[in-house]
Design a protein. Structure first.
Length: 110
């Protein structure tokens, strides 16, 4: 089987379906959700930054639209932001673990 034969069997090849509109609609809905105040509050309470999630969605939208350079730049930014937040979180955990002599705020015991 040649590569050309394989291309004809994939959706969208040779006049098949074009999922572009459906994908755009899904991302539009996701973007609306990620900009909703209640959703932002719920994500924030779980330690998830809605702005980073929105950028990740934007990156995936760009990748699926064959704008790979834009996608790569956005994904790199998302990864950098997440790594930075993980590092800060890990530093905070080390600091908290080092203060074993202080009473716990939850029950007042050591």
């Amino acid at each position: 089987m040649s590569r050309d034969d394989d291309d004809d069997k994939r959706p969208g090849a040779g006049g098949g379906i074009d999922p572009g509109r459906e994908i755009a609609a899904v991302f539009d809905d996701l973007e609306t959700l990620l900009k909703n105040g209640d959703v932002i509050s719920a994500l924030t309470s779980r330690g998830i930054n809605a702005s980073i999630a929105l950028l990740a969605a934007h990156a995936l939208r760009a990748y699926l639209a064959d704008r790979k350079a834009d996608a790569a730049e956005d994904f790199a930014t998302v990864a950098e932001e997440i790594r930075g937040r993980l590092a800060v979180s890990a530093e905070g955990s080390v600091t908290d673990a080092g203060s074993q002599g202080e009473p716990s705020r939850s029950n007042g015991r050591r």
